[in-house]
Design a protein around this ligand. Sequence first.
Ligand SMILES: Cc1ncc(COP(=O)(O)O)c(C=O)c1O
Length: 320
Amino acid sequence: MAAFRIVCMASPSDLIPGLTEPVPLQNLVIQKGPLASIHLDVLRLDLVHPLVSGNKWYKLKYNLDDCLKHGVRTVVSFGGAWSNHLHALAAACQVVGVEVVGVIRGHKPDVLSPSLKDMQAMGMRLHFVTREAYRRRYDAEFHSELIDALGCDPAVTRIIPEGGSNASAMLGCAEILSLHGIQPDDYDCIAAACGTGATLAGLIFGAEGKGRFLGVPVLKGGDFLVQDIRKRLMDFGCDYQNWQLRTEFHCGGYARQTDELQQFIRRFSEETGVPLDRVYTGKLFFALERLVESGDILPGSRILAIHTGGLQGNRSLTES
Ligand SMILES: Cc1ncc(COP(=O)(O)O)c(C=O)c1O
């Protein structure tokens, strides 16, 4: 009981030892190519924690806090074999002492991916479901079936959606800029990669109508995210219009890549020393370079890019 009281009094940032906050806000000195003509800062959320890294910490902090406050004993969440979200969740739940189940899309492979191996080693129970079943991941009936099949007590089990993308995640992401002393108006544009759009929605919400935001969806056909992000903002009573998405930089779709993207990531990382992942942040910086080249971003613009982490997923490169 005493331990529970201590947890309740702590701030979410006390939950995970080893967090490095604030993270560096780094100005990139780029000598050649289109990006040399702009002022480019990067907020290195990839450095916030070795395992609960990038936007994941901000998406999970109020989720975990809430679970502990409500005596949740098991967390169940969803993702693929390389999920950054499940990887970070496994690490965080191990630290806070909550049982965790990862519902994984697709059949169990003969050999687990390094990400899945890590998740298992960190104590996550892996539950593989068919792709067809996985499509029901937002369905309450499926959640009850899962809780039953897993033998969990529904009263103390919490379902966290894929990517951790719920209202608590938005609250965590809403704090990212203010925690780092960033005034949104100091930039012409603040840019982030989008999967579900919850991180971008949180950033926009936290800026209270100030600044201009750009989202780069990493999946093909990302236009649907306009409605999703609008809805996420409306759920918090906001209809801010100071944002846009550029959906043409998916490079073939989610986790797909082109030779051009690969070359870009290599060149950018060599020149700046900033490592990029190939699924999210690689496409973000690639999009920024293309947008400067096309004149959509003007020379001299002040741009802030949010590095949302995801580097553990790069291990899939050596697998393919
Ligand atoms: C490394 C990384 N960056 C960006 C995103 C996109 O975040 P969101 O789904 O909130 O748009 C994700 C997915 O959660 C991610 O793993």
